[in-house]
Design a protein around this ligand. Structure first.
Ligand code: DLZ
Length: 155
């Protein structure tokens, strides 16, 4: 299960004490996305980001992350946007539409604005897989999303 990103501390070549992050949180599957949010925030704080430089915004569901990301990325003074959501497969093809839309949407916002827009979206078959990845046995993907943002800012 190990990937190139680990949890913990990484060395950044930029001054994170003056860097501003937007974190957009989808309200669907709230217990999961809140855990992702807390993982992302603790990771940013550990790396020296100031609490007042973390701006949180909520959107109703993962589908809305793309527009939320665009609004925040267009704001002057925001350096990176971290998007957190959780889509759990149901009995209808809804899952595929949402996952596809948000992955294309967030890619497009990053390319269009030239700012790191991070895909911190869990796409799981069931709730247990989501718990395992939001502070469970496979770590916290919110934390990984924060590390990815820092790494992209250090590019
Ligand atoms: C409608 C819907 C469904 C069925 N499942 C999820 C989900 O598992 N995770 C999630 O974040 N959002 C879900 N949504 C809501 C959509 O993301 C979106 O908010 C609505 O389709 C309205 O655009």
């Amino acid at each position: 299960m190990a990937g190139p990103l680990t949890t913990g501390k990484i060395t950044s070549r930029i001054d994170l004490s003056v860097t501003r992050f937007a974190i957009i949180v989808a309200e669907w599957n709230e217990e999961i996305t809140e855990a992702l949010y807390h993982g992302a925030v603790s990771s940013l704080l550990v790396h020296g980001v100031k609490k007042e430089n973390i701006i949180r915004k909520n959107v109703p569901g993962t589908f809305e992350l793309s527009l939320g990301a665009q609004w925040m990325a267009e704001r002057e003074g925001i350096d990176a946007v971290i998007c957190l959501g959780c889509v759990i497969q149901g009995e209808t093809p809804h899952f595929d539409y949402i996952c596809q839309a948000v992955s294309y949407g967030l890619t497009e916002v990053g390319l269009k604005t030239g700012k790191p827009v991070i895909f911190g979206v869990l796409t799981t078959l069931n709730k247990q897989q989501a718990f395992d990845r939001s502070g469970g046995k496979y770590g916290n993907k919110g934390e990984e999303a924060a590390l990815t943002a820092i790494k992209m800012l250090s590019f």
